[in-house]
Ligand binder design. Structure first.
Ligand code: ZN
Ligand code: ZN
Length: 394
């Protein structure tokens, strides 16, 4: 017991956490200051990738922009250290996502360091390394209480959509306590950045909704980053076979290296027959749609075994024909979902334990300042053999 009567002194003390004893003299001295000088952040600028409108030839543009500031007590300002580009960002550039207006900073994925905290944020401290979730959740609304963060009444997918996003030097994260995740020391940042969106998307919308079980036969239509994320995480459940289907032989080769037991190039239009042949006419227990086109949805419908699950992951812009005349007596289940990111803590643990290696998906690396070049590469993914790009801000 110490002289000042604090029994707590012999306990391990997290030096970054302020002591809960109001009169404690020891811990106060070791607490990291929580605030930056307000005058510094008020005037500061940064660089960011800005959506300039689909018809603008300078779209997107890497420009000087006002640095974000704390607006609400629940906000955090994060200095981005690794960001990346999503297929959704390419749709935004083409003008396919009307909720994104001109002048918006894009990006909903990334890793960074806490720069500044609102007064009500209690789970993080300045200097913490964090994973930014693509889904913002207030943690309090009815949807959040049902673990359906994607439909949070105060959040959901807003980053790089209705508020400024992560393809910038700094980003403001609302509801920081429930929208950021602490990253364990030593985690590879590039790999961690894959957990902002694509890993939970493939896992929750594909593997969990598809109810993959040991011994199942699984087919994944689409071997892009999200399809590959589904392929990686389906293996948590030891399915007997995972068949990957795509039109790009490069991506199919990657799928093979990541654990696909068979691959099919669907270019010639007979993927359904090939799957039937591979499964001795049975079809598959789980078919995941990871593209978002009527043709790929049709493949999934055509290969389901009785009792099968068709788990949609893809973003669809056109209607599909649902073949109920064939499926009505097949005990089939069709699921749809927007990623809730409820599995992010588990995926971080799997990453830390080494049972998940999503860093393999990073094929290209750029400085954050070269992001326009990175968009070119990612936008012509097939020509460059690109899956995910890592954007570094050191
Ligand atoms: Zn995304
Ligand atoms: Zn909510």
């Amino acid at each position: 017991m110490a002289d000042d009567g604090h029994l707590f002194l012999k306990l391990p003390c997290n030096w970054r956490r302020a002591c809960w004893l109001p009169a404690c003299r020891i811990h106060v001295m070791t607490t990291v200051p929580q605030e930056t000088a307000p005058s510094e952040s008020k005037t500061a600028t940064m660089h960011a990738l800005i959506y300039r409108g689909a018809s603008n030839i300078n779209n997107p543009a890497w420009e000087l922009h006002k640095r974000p500031e704390i607006q609400d007590a629940t906000d955090a300002i994060v200095r981005i250290t690794t960001s990346t580009i999503c297929g959704t960002d390419l749709h935004i550039l083409k003008g396919d996502v009307p909720s994104v207006t001109e002048g918006r900073i894009l990006g909903h994925e990334g890793v960074g360091v806490i720069e500044e905290l609102g007064a009500a944020v209690s789970a993080f401290h300045k200097g913490d390394k964090v994973l930014i979730s693509c889904i913002t959740s207030c943690g309090k609304c009815d949807f959040c209480r049902r673990q359906m963060f994607s439909h949070c009444r105060n959040g959901g997918w807003i980053l790089g959509n209705t508020i400024d996003g992560t393809q910038a030097e700094y980003v403001r994260i609302p509801y920081a306590d429930t929208s950021l995740y602490a990253l364990p020391v030593g985690i590879e940042e590039e790999a961690a950045a894959m957990l902002s969106d694509i890993l939970p998307t493939g896992f929750e919308c594909g593997v969990l909704n598809g109810q993959v079980k040991p011994g199942d036969t699984v087919a994944i239509v689409g071997a892009g980053p999200v399809g590959l994320a589904a392929l990686m995480t389906a293996q948590f459940y030891s399915p007997a076979a995972i068949i990957c289907i795509d039109v790009d032989d490069n991506r199919l080769a990657v799928a093979k290296s990541m654990g696909a037991t068979a691959v099919i190039n669907s270019k010639d239009g007979n993927a359904i027959d090939q799957v039937r042949e591979l499964t001795k006419g049975e079809g598959v227990d789980v078919a995941m749609e990871a593209v978002g086109l009527p043709e790929t949805f049709d493949i999934c419908q055509g290969i389901l075994a009785p009792g099968g699950h068709l788990a949609n992951i893809g973003v669809h812009g056109k209607p599909v024909i649902l073949h109920l005349e064939r499926l009505w007596d097949q005990n089939a289940t069709l699921t749809t979902r927007l990623v809730d990111t409820v599995t992010t803590p588990m995926l971080i643990k799997a990453l830390e334990a080494g049972t998940l290696d999503p860093g393999k998906m990073v094929t290209h690396r750029f400085k954050l300042g070269d992001i326009v070049k990175a968009y070119d590469t990612f936008g012509n993914a097939a020509a460059h053999g690109a899956l995910k790009v890592a954007l570094k801000n050191n």
